[in-house]
Design a protein around this ligand. Structure first.
Ligand code: PLP
Length: 451
């Protein structure tokens, strides 16, 4: 199958040839009934409905289905940095519900102010002013709107294959056909460039990045001359980890050409990569940082933009008028999440456990012919499966089989880009649990290689 068939962060789960077999073996009559009702009453869409299984519980790093089977969750939609049902987050939410459960516009409240203050403290450089909203896509929309007003320009430069949310404005800067196709005209001026992914470089660096990807962005920024913003995930979820000089060069090019740099750290913020924020790996501060997902503690929807005080220029206009903008309950959840990450040292823990996992994955790569590459930044880990290490033909069918076999053994993760086993456990995971999960992947690979 062609690469384009696997556009999309998760491949098309619903089209998996192994799904029917997994369902036959694992789904009993009670679950089947709920899945059928789900399919009857929800709008269907790729990657989502119809569903694979139904959940009854989650706690810590585990999901439990209606039939009582437990799964180590190495997927978690990237919301579970502090684990599911984190007691500190739940306690903060409960206390806030009893005190003030909503904040009408024109009023403020203490958790909202405390959260904005905390974000000013923990975000890099001079980022110091925030705006909150309920979803990542909405936060990306606010960042785009702000960039237009600040620069007086409308063009953006973003990456092919990226994902920034499912709304029309976020899909316009996103680079996946699944979200861009069949919906008519998208935002004008949304230019795209190849992502900095040496393992599959569209510019032909052949696996050894010589920064031609950065040169290409510099060229486009200079030739266009009027780009409002470069919008990107500093590290893609696959993961694709850029050359260490990539972001410093793009930062400098933005400064030269008057473009803002917007980092979408929605899935990777708050410690996952072994730094509180991904941009810290390269000492690059964006003009607008976009946060989401785990910010709500894996319980409530919560997203934010954080920017420099000089970009606070829309006092007489609307930037992001969301009903739940200063919701005290979501803000209390976010504050408790950040405090928990700091108190438990989860950022350092992600670094330490990530290094252990990468060493184990590297050792697995020596034994498994299907493994073409292993990558990791903290606890954002990827095992790329290929049929041939020279041609790098994607072993997509095999990846799909590994995923379903792993599910049978109690490990849930997603397959990205068609052939990358993407492993993103909660940062609270123990060494033993991490070792168990990797042992499951190891066993599944052995079985599938044996045919
Ligand atoms: C990089 C990135 N940006 C934006 C979003 C959109 O976030 P939300 O689903 O909260 O709108 C996602 C969600 O997966 C994401 O991964």
């Amino acid at each position: 199958m062609s690469d384009r068939a696997f556009e999309g962060i998760e491949g098309d789960l619903n089209a998996s040839p192994h799904r029917a077999e997994w369902t036959r073996r694992n789904i009993g009559p009670q679950t089947r009934q709920w899945l059928e009702e789900d399919a009857r009453y929800f709008l269907h869409q790729a990657l989502s409905t119809p569903c694979l299984n139904a959940l009854a519980r989650s706690d810590g790093i585990y999901l439990e289905d209606l039939e009582g089977r437990r799964y180590l969750d190495f997927h978690g939609n990237s919301v579970h940095q502090v684990g599911f049902g984190n007691p500190a987050v739940i306690a903060a939410i409960k206390a806030q519900l009893d005190a003030l459960s909503f904040c009408t516009r024109r009023y403020t409240n203490i958790p909202a102010v405390e959260l904005a203050k905390t974000l000013a403290r923990i975000t890099p450089g001079d980022l110091a002013k925030s705006l909150f909203c309920p979803s990542g896509a909405a936060a990306v929309g606010m960042a785009l709107r702000l960039a237009r007003v600040v620069t007086g320009r409308h063009k953006t430069l973003s990456m092919w294959d990226s994902f920034h949310g499912a709304s029309l404005d976020a899909s316009s800067v996103g680079g996946e056909r699944m979200f861009r196709g069949d919906v008519g005209p998208l935002l004008p001026g949304t230019e795209h460039v190849p992502p900095p992914d040496a393992s599959r470089c569209a510019l032909g660096c052949g696996g050894r990045c010589d920064l031609r990807c950065a040169g290409y962005v510099e060229y486009v920024l200079e030739r266009e001359g009027d780009v409002a913003a470069v919008v990107a995930e500093p590290v893609r979820s696959t993961p694709a980890i850029p050359h260490p000089d990539y972001w410093p060069r793009i930062r400098a090019a933005c400064d030269r050409t008057g473009a803002l740099l917007i980092f979408d750290e929605i899935p990777q913020c708050l410690g996952r990569t072994g730094r509180m924020f991904v941009s810290e790996h390269w000492g690059v501060t964006p003009d607008i940082l976009v946060l989401g997902k785990g910010l709500g503690g894996g319980i409530l929807p919560m997203a934010a933009i954080v920017t420099r005080p000089e970009l606070d220029v829309m006092a007489d206009r609307a930037l992001g008028h969301y009903t739940h903008e200063k919701n005290p309950v979501t803000c209390a959840a976010a504050l408790a999440t950040i405090h928990y990450i700091e108190k438990e040292g989860l950022v350092g823990r992600a670094r330490e456990l990530g290094a252990l996992a990468l060493a184990r994955m590297t050792e697995m790569a020596e034994r498994h012919r299907l493994i073409g590459d292993v990558r990791g930044l903290g606890l954002l880990l990827g095992i790329e499966l290929v049929r041939d290490r020279n041609t790098r033909e994607r072993a997509s069918e095999e990846a799909d089989r590994v995923m379903y076999r792993a599910l049978e053994r109690g490990l849930s993760f997603k397959v990205s880009a068609g052939n990358v086993l993407t492993l993103t456990p909660p940062l609270t995971i123990s060494r033993a649990e991490l070792a168990r999960a990797l042992a499951i992947v190891d066993e599944c690979l052995t079985e599938i290689e044996a045919g």
